[in-house]
Design a protein around this ligand. Structure first.
Ligand code: MN
Length: 312
């Protein structure tokens, strides 16, 4: 998504992918987190008029540090998505796009191109700068997914861009004995390592599909900020119902060790957790830096055609 501001908005490190299907290790949670608050998100549009729900809005950037934004998009009306996100820049953070349904073509100034589709993930580290486009490759049918923005530590904001596509079959997945199906996009779950790991922000990003009457436990480090978002059905967390299309911000309870979720009906939700950076956040549209001067530099570089240069 672009977060249109100057004319537009968002990618460093290493990754490891692991193979599917070793049997999951049970990791019991004894002090689960509760729900601090439920958030509905804001209906908005971005790019060239794509309708979406901004679930994680700018006012939550400190509370949910290192996460800067979460957009949920989902429609079977082509007018809601067809124009996509034409060329726009990003600097200073990472974008993670998870496409549940539909097809979107990505092209960027670093020379990358990839088709994101049905259950695939694109992880892009903008670093010092990327100009890219994200354009739907369909004129009918459903398009649904999420774009998450993950901040970079000040020491990584100006690193070279990095990019990788994962087709659905390349993402580590497992099913618990109860039948809960989990895709591990980042971090680890029940001993299964995710597609991407990051050493500073230590993100955990899971997609969890629960049949009715099941329970799921996930360890989350005590200091991580964490939230879940329900996109089918509803779930219960520590006695609190989390309805459809709501984000539950999980309390940073001292000495908590994770999350326990129960589903009375079939449900699907994503879990996002990460280690806070505790650094100043200055955002201007598609640029997220630590100071105003760095934002002015980003705008100057963009204006001078230097933001998406392959070498500087
Ligand atoms: Mn973008």
């Amino acid at each position: 998504m672009s977060h249109s501001a100057p004319t537009a908005v968002t990618a460093s490190s290493t990754s490891s992918s692991s193979s599917n299907s070793p049997s999951p290790v049970i990791s019991p949670v004894s002090r689960p987190r509760s729900v601090e608050r439920l958030v509905k998100g804001q209906a908005t549009s971005d790019g060239a008029g794509v309708k979406l729900i901004r679930v994680l809005t700018q006012d939550l950037q400190h509370r949910l540090d290192p996460f800067l934004m979460l957009d949920a998009f989902g429609s079977d009306q082509p007018d809601d998505y067809i124009a996509g996100f034409p060329d726009h820049p990003h600097r200073g953070f990472e974008t993670v796009t998870y496409m549940i349904a539909g097809r979107m073509l990505h092209r960027d100034s670093a020379g990358n191109e990839g088709l994101l589709q049905n259950g695939g993930v694109q992880w892009m580290t903008a670093g010092r700068g990327v100009i890219h486009s994200e354009i739907p490759q369909q004129d009918h049918g459903a398009m649904e997914g999420f774009q998450l923005w993950l901040n970079l530590h000040s020491s990584e904001k100006m690193q070279a861009p990095w990019y990788r596509d994962f087709q659905n079959g390349q993402l580590p997945q497992f099913t618990t004995p109860e039948g809960v199906a989990v895709t591990v996009i980042a971090g680890s779950s029940h001993g299964i390592s995710g597609a991407v790991t990051r050493s500073i922000t230590e993100p955990v990003y899971l997609d969890v599909h629960m049949p009715h009457g099941t329970r799921f436990e996930q360890q989350i480090p005590e200091g991580h900020n964490a939230f879940l978002y329900v996109y089918r059905g509803e779930v219960t967390v520590a006695g609190q119902t989390v309805p459809l299309q709501r984000m539950a911000i999980l309390a940073n309870t001292p000495q908590s060790d994770g999350l326990v979720v129960e589903a009375a009906a079939d449900a699907k939700w994503i879990l996002v957790a990460g280690k806070p950076l505790h650094e100043p956040i200055v955002q201007y549209g598609p640029f997220v830096m630590n100071t105003k001067d760095e934002i002015i530099q980003a705008m100057t570089d963009f204006r001078n055609g230097r933001l998406g240069e392959r070498t500087e």
